[in-house]
Structures are given as structure tokens and as C-alpha cells.
Write a protein that binds this ligand. Structure first.
Ligand code: SF4
Length: 200
């Protein structure tokens, strides 16, 4: 039988179409097994947050199932990063979980700091402290420092009403609204040294 060029292409197209129809009909075992995989983010709730690692403040979406974080990715709606993340931010999930190198299982990151800590004067050790105690101690130190260093006038008798002993450094994880209130608080205290690490 003579095979023409046109005939050859026609036969090839028919063979390809037949093979695809067979795959898509669900007869193929491999195809059926492949489609049985569950979607990683099934039954999760999305929460938005900000990367904790640097001053850029890139936006993240965390997927949470039953109160547990299961996935982290860039937030395409975030005005800073539009979904992009550097390698550190892309690995943010591992601030919470690490992969056990021996078993390959996900485990809570043992290095994660989950409570405030304090290092007392003269001590080389960090101690855990409750949030209530931490806030109480910080407030007490700030009040004592302000009382001891507040100046109403300078050497020429001019009104200055300030302390140079307290400074404030904001962070990129804070929102504009939080920063607004922090600046107000420190200005009220008389602090003149205010800055933000996100000023890049
Ligand atoms: S993703 Fe990278 S660039 Fe963006 S805030 Fe995190 S560490 Fe900084």
C-alpha cells in the first residue's frame, strides 16, 4: 500500500486523538490515580500578614487548617511586593515548622521564640517572662528614665520639654496606624529620637 504524505499526517492525527480520548475517558490507571490527590490547601482559611525578616515588609498569605499553619505564600494583592518574595520570605513557613532531616516529617521549630524574654543586669542568661510582666517592667523603666532625664528648658532658659534618654525604632511588621500611635506616644513622652527600620 502506498502511503502519501497527506495520508500519513491524517493517520497520525487520528492515532493521537484516539489515545487522548482513551486517557481522558478515565480508563488509564495512572491518570485515575493522579486525579485522586487532595489539594494541599483544601479546607483552609487564609490570613494575611507581613514578612518578619527585613524592612521591605512584603505581604504574605498564610493558609490555616484547624488552627494550624499549613502553607505560606506571597500576597499578590499586597501593594509592596505584589506576590513576590525573596528566598528568606519564601521560606517563612519554616519559622513555624522544620523538616526533621532523619524522618522527613514536619515538626514544630524548636528554635522559635514564643514568649518575651529578659536578660537581667549582670546576667548572661535570657529568662522567659509573661507578656503582662514584660509590659509592666518596660512601662516602669520608661517612666523612671523619663522622670530622671526630662528637661523643661535648655542652658539659655528656652523651653524644650524633652528627654534625650529614650529613643524609638519602629519595625516593618507594624502597620501605618500602629506607627502613628507609637509616634504620638513617644512625642508625648518628650522623646526626640524616632526612626523606623522600614525607612529604606
Ligand atoms: S520577603 Fe525578603 S525582601 Fe520581603 S520582607 Fe521578607 S526578607 Fe525582606
Amino acid at each position: 500500500m502506498e502511503i502519501t504524505r497527506r495520508g500519513f499526517f491524517k493517520a497520525s492525527a487520528l492515532a493521537f486523538a484516539g489515545s487522548m480520548a482513551y486517557e481522558l475517558s478515565g480508563q488509564s490507571k495512572a491518570f485515575a490515580i493522579d486525579t485522586q490527590k487532595t489539594w494541599k490547601l483544601e479546607n483552609t482559611e487564609e490570613v494575611t500578614t507581613i514578612c518578619c525578616y527585613c524592612a521591605c515588609g512584603c505581604g504574605l498569605i498564610g493558609s490555616v487548617r484547624d488552627g494550624e499553619l499549613v502553607h505560606v505564600e506571597g500576597d499578590p494583592d499586597h501593594f509592596v511586593s505584589e506576590g513576590g518574595l525573596c528566598p528568606k520570605g519564601a521560606a517563612e513557613f519554616h519559622a513555624e515548622y522544620i523538616v526533621n532531616p532523619e524522618t522527613g516529617a514536619l515538626e514544630e521549630n524548636p528554635a522559635r521564640v514564643t514568649t518575651p524574654k529578659v536578660r537581667r543586669p549582670g546576667s548572661a542568661e535570657w529568662e522567659d517572662i509573661s507578656w503582662d510582666d514584660a509590659i509592666e517592667e518596660i512601662a516602669r523603666h520608661m517612666k523612671d528614665t523619663r522622670d530622671a532625664t526630662f528637661k523643661e528648658t535648655n542652658d539659655k532658659g528656652e523651653t524644650i520639654n524633652r528627654t534625650e534618654a529614650i529613643a524609638c525604632l519602629g519595625g516593618s511588621s507594624m502597620t501605618i496606624e500602629e506607627e502613628y500611635f507609637i509616634v504620638k506616644l513617644f512625642r508625648e513622652l518628650g522623646a526626640v529620637s524616632l526612626d523606623n527600620q522600614a525607612r529604606v
